[in-house]
Design a protein around this ligand. Structure first.
Ligand code: NAD
Ligand code: UDP
Length: 339
């Protein structure tokens, strides 16, 4: 079966996609420098799949080495997850983001061109829509950026478009993720942020565990039904299956595409808090505080193009997202460091 390279495959979304690819009959190979992940994830993947995880440890910026990995494993397609992803850090350290995200994408694409592999799925983000004019957001909405992280996603999308013009045999899927949450139902792998979580769901799970006293709800005066921010939360296993569907289209039909991966349904912060309390049977105390700078009110996807082009749609509910996030966090209170 086709071997697929997952750059950043030891991370949160990559590790879940590894399982979905294996289940679909592909041979996934992880490439990761573990800058933001833990090698213990490899044992967890083995426990879930019953097979040793294949992993190449190294940096995507090392073009000759990536080319050698592509050739040695006879890679037929690549999913590019590797990169830095913290919005706030990208404002404080923009060069880190331009170097790792833009430099990493250039390096990978050069290695792929050298090795004769032109099939690529790229982890983009709803952040490329900036502050959207209206919701739901369709793929032809205007793109913009409000921070260096978002800028890197936008530029990489443009770099991929330029490469497709230069190399018409390249097949590229740009996947714009909305808000990935949840974990594999085994409770063995999940999101393991270092330090204080920036994102809502990992913060809530740590509050429910008693590791933090309360959640700060950023803004209660948005023009939304309960005044708190609305986002399109998507279960990470649905997202993983979206990658498999995209790869299939690239490998079988040769058609390039850019699609949203979301559910099409928005949930407010308070709705997520209530759903999490129900799933965990734990209280999640919160305080309403002023808006977080740079946040927008209402973001959710128009998911129809993904359904049309990939034959894929998200099926898991907010209740499942919360139950699975809780199973992972309650069994692994300190993430992979308990392994
Ligand atoms: P993650 O940090 O858990 O995974 C990224 C992985 O890439 C980590 O294992 C890290 O060690 C590795 N990595 C980073 N730089 C590398 C390098 N130079 N060489 C080799 N490996 C390197 O992040 P994630 O949440 O799994 O996100 C994966 C991708 O999806 C990222 O590109 C991110 O920007 C994008 N994305 C994530 C979200 C989200 O909310 N999690 C939303 C939209 C888009
Ligand atoms: N949020 C919050 N408290 C937190 C973290 C997030 O109220 O500690 C809110 C945030 O303002 C937004 C939603 O939760 O409305 C999702 O935020 P997250 O950072 O997870 O995703 P993003 O803002 O990137 O969509």
């Amino acid at each position: 079966m086709t071997s697929i390279l997952l750059t950043g495959g030891a991370g949160y979304i990559g590790s879940h996609t590894y399982i979905s690819l294996l289940e679909a009959g592909y041979t996934p190979v992880i490439l990761d420098n573990f800058a933001n992940s833990h090698p213990a994830v490899l044992e967890r993947l083995q426990a879930i799949t019953g097979r040793p995880a294949v992993c190449e440890r190294g940096d995507v910026l090392d073009t000759p080495w990536v080319e050698e990995v592509l050739r040695r494993h006879r890679i037929g397609g690549v999913v590019h997850f590797a990169g830095d992803k913290a919005v706030g850090e990208s404002v404080a350290k923009p060069l880190k983001y331009y170097r790792n995200n833009l430099g990493g994408a250039v390096s990978l694409m050069q290695a792929m061109e050298n090795a004769g592999c032109g099939t690529l799925v790229f982890s983009s983000s709803a952040t490329v829509y900036g502050d959207p004019q209206s919701v739901p957001i369709a793929e032809d909405a205007a793109r913009s950026h409000t921070n260096p992280y978002g800028h890197t996603k936008l530029v990489i999308e443009d770099m991929l478009a330029a490469q497709r013009v230069a190399q018409p045999d390249w097949k590229v899927a740009v996947l714009r993720y909305f808000n990935p949450v949840g974990a594999h139902p085994s409770g063995l792998i999940g999101e393991d942020p270092s330090g204080i979580p920036n994102n809502l769901m990992p913060f809530i799970t740590q509050v429910a565990l008693g590791q933090r006293p309360h959640l700060q709800v950023f803004g209660s005066d948005y023009p939304t039904p309960d005044g708190t921010g609305v986002r399109d939360y998507i279960h990470v296993c649905d997202l993983a299956e979206g990658h498999v569907a995209a790869l299939k289209v690239l490998l079988e039909s040769g058609r390039s595409l850019s699609v949203n991966l979301g559910t099409g349904q928005g949930h407010s912060v308070l709705e997520v808090v209530r759903a999490f309390e129900a799933a965990s049977s734990r209280p999640v105390p919160f305080q309403l505080v002023p808006r977080r700078p740079g946040d927008v009110a209402n973001v959710y996807a128009d998911p129809r193009l993904a359904q049309e082009l990939l034959g894929w749609r998200a099926t898991r509910t907010l209740a499942q997202m919360c139950a699975d996030a809780w199973r992972w966090q309650s069994r692994n209170p300190t993430g992979y460091r308990t392994a």
